[in-house]
Structures are given as structure tokens and as C-alpha cells.
Design a protein around this ligand. Sequence first.
Ligand code: 5AD
Ligand code: SF4
Length: 480
Amino acid sequence: MSTLESTKRYHVTTFGCQMNEHDSERMRGMLESLGYDEAPSADDADLILFNTCSIRESADSRFVAHLGHAKRMKKERPGVVVGVGGCWAQSVKDEVFERFPFVDVAFGPGQINRLAEFLTSDDLSAQGYFEFEGFPAHLPTKRDRPFQAWVQIAVGCNLKCSYCIVPSTRGREASRPFEQLLDEVERLAADGVREVTLLGQNVNAYGRDLRTTDPLPEALLPFHAAAKRPTGRIAGVDDEAAAARPRPRTFAELLMAVSAVPGIERVRYTSPHPKDIREDVVAVHATVPEVCQHIHLPLQSGNTRILKRMRRTYDKQRFLDRVEMIRAQCPDIALTTDIIVGFPGETEEEFQDTLDVVERVGFDGAFTFIFSPRRGTEAAEMTDDFVPHPVKVERMERLVEAVQRHAKARTQRFVGRTLDVLIEGPSRNDPDVLRGRTSHNKVVNFTGFGEPGETVPVEITAATSQTLTGEMSLLARLGA
Ligand code: 5AD
Ligand code: SF4
């Protein structure tokens, strides 16, 4: 690859979720360790990479428009190498090369490390890498912000949500070893990271495939039946036998351990599955100050029949019960969600159930989507009773209205309070104003001073559905 060796400039465009953002950080880290520099735009790059998403049709089409631009650049500068990674690439595999003959390398989310292999090989023919090989542990990352980091705690997904393409693009679920994760968080903290976000397709399934004889933290014992003492036990003998028996790891203990790493001030995670959100995790939210006051709990639909067709394994009442359990322990916690409208066969009455859950829960925010059939998924085959597009749009409008109304009402509870805000940088609209985030994941624009990565007390003076406004509390800062 003589052209690359002399120039070595890359550009990555990322589509999709935080998992993809994190994968792109690893691509950047890996490329820089190979001697590449980041180019400010694809027009200046010799290696143009796309990290793609396939979650909805709109994600596909956005990416295809970008690829057209890469094709033109390749025509102008034939030495340019075009690479396509991520979920869309995985979902179409070698078809990438038939549809887009100018693509040089394509790879799935599990094969980022193969990009290095391709770039350092002398073989100029197009290559595709689509195996699932578990977690590529030793990739360096190049983070956007020095004080925030993503930590991938598991790969893949074992669920079978009928609308979702992810299980087919990211393979079987596998948790990363507990000790390896703690090592990584310790290294990140030593490198200046203050906030970590634990990433996985179903984070609260973490650890079921791992075994340990470490004792559970005392605080979690009441929640685990297996750890409870059997009646009629022989003191000492039975206790020792129980302690020696390997047990699964739990997500709650991972949260506690990560929070205890010196230097880590905030721990977030995304996304949990409502069926697995248990009392132990909620108790950790209630008692461990580093664990943020926010849970993103994807509802998808409020109707039991639709949930069944989605294979979500909970029903309307169970979701409402989970929310009640969370709020009983953490009354101030922010709850956000994902909702799909227009799933095949969704009737007006069934949609009303979704609205009903939105009204009853009062989410702090929600991402709302129109159902989009994805290749190879069960729901894409459900041709019975499709919801007409105008009906989907109209339902979406009603849903967004309800979501916004509650989000706006919910943010008012912060007005007048002084909240800890982790500074992220200047505000987008006014360089004299700072922008940061509360533990509830609310963006705050405020007047004050401090460096990105610092946490400062801010008195909240106003709130819209999305953002808070405030002033740094000098008194609280000096007192702190
Ligand atoms: N159509 C519409 N929305 C979808 N999502 C996942 N698959 C689809 C689909 N086929 C939404 C879900 C998920 C979020 C990341 O994207 O709400 O939680
Ligand atoms: Fe992320 Fe899903 Fe898109 Fe893959 S398909 S990038 S897992 S949102």
C-alpha cells in the first residue's frame, strides 16, 4: 500500500449508536498506532472509513448518500482506500462489493482489528471480514473527550426482539471478564477519565456467562436467593461449601466495583432490558453516589399483544411494576425510553396502550421511532395487517406531544435546586456560557467558570423539555 505509507491520513464517519461511536474510537486508536493521522474531512483523507448502522431504513439510506461522495473522491484520487465497517456491512456482507465495487475493505463490528491486517498487507484485492470472534481486547482507543470514556462490557445479544437486526450483526452475547473490565477502568481513571458509560446490548444480563468464587458484596446479599443461607445448615461447613461454589457475576456488583475505582465520579450504562432490571441494580442506584440518577429503559410498546409479537418477554403491567419498583427506591431518578409506533398489526386501541404507559410513567425523555422492516428479522415477515404510513405518522405526532409534555413537566422539578454539573465545554450557541450534564443526564447551559471534566454546583433557574439553564453557585463552590 505505497500510497498510504507516504500519506497516512484517515477519516472516519460514524452512524448509529454509542457502541458504534466507541468502535470508531477503537478504529482511530488502532490507525494512529499504525502511524496514521486524522484528517479534518474525508476530502483530505487517503483512507475513508464508514462505521455503519442498520437499525432502521433511514440509517441505511443516509450512509448510501455518503458512499456516493466517497466514490467521487476515489475517481478524483484513485489511490484513496474506502472501508466500510459496522452493522450495515455485517448485514449485507460480501454484497457490499457487488453493490459498491469501489469499496476496498468491508468488516463487521467484531472485526475492527482485521482492518489493521488489511492495511498492512500487500494484497490490494478487496477484502471482507465478517466472522464473530468475541471481544478484540487489545485495541487502543482515541477518545473524543479526555474525561469521558465508554467501556464495552459485553459483545453481542442473545435476545430475539422480532424487529431488531442487532442480534444478526453483532453475534452471540459474551461478557468480558470482570477483572479485565476493572483493569480497564483503573487505567482510564489514571488517564484522567471521570465518567464511564458501560456499554452492552443488554447490560443487565452481564455476568450470567461468567463464574467466580468471589463473595458477593455485603450490600447485594439480600437480593440473591443463591447466596441466602439454607435452613438447617451446619455453621462453618455449609458456609464454606457455599463460598467455594462458583456463582455467576452480576451487573450490580460490576456497577459497585467500577464506582469504587478511585477517580471515577460518574457511572452510566446503556441499555438495560426491562425484563432484567432487578432490585439489586436499583438498590445500587439508590445507595452508590457515583451511579447516575438515570435509567434508559426501552418500552418499545405499551400493549401486551404487540410486546408479545415483538418478543419482549414482559407485558404492560410488568413494565409499569418495574417503574414503580424503581421509583419506590429512587424517587428522583430520570427515566427515559425508546418507543416504536406502527409495528405490524398495531391497532388504534393497542397504540392507546402505549400512550397510556407514557401518561402513567411520565418519562423524562424518549426516542420515538416508526417501525422499519429490517432484512432477516421476524417482524419483516409479518405481512399481516401493515399499518398504513400516514397512520404511523399521525400516531407518532400524538406520541411525541405526550412525551414532550411530560418531559417538560418533569424538568421543572430541577428549577431552584443546586445540582452537580460535569462541565463538557462551552455551550453550542454562546462561547461565554458553559455546557455540562447533571447526574440525571440533563444538559445544563450555565454561567460560571471551570475546566471541562470538572464538576461544579449549579443553581438551576429555568428548564425546557430538553435543557436546563443555571448559574454556578459560588457559595456552594467555595464551601465545597
Ligand atoms: N424499526 C424501528 N425502530 C427500531 N428500533 C430497533 N429496531 C427497529 C426497527 N426495525 C429502535 C428500538 C431500539 C432503538 C435503538 O431503535 O426502539 O430500542
Ligand atoms: Fe448500533 Fe444497532 Fe446501529 Fe448496530 S444496528 S450501530 S448496534 S444501533
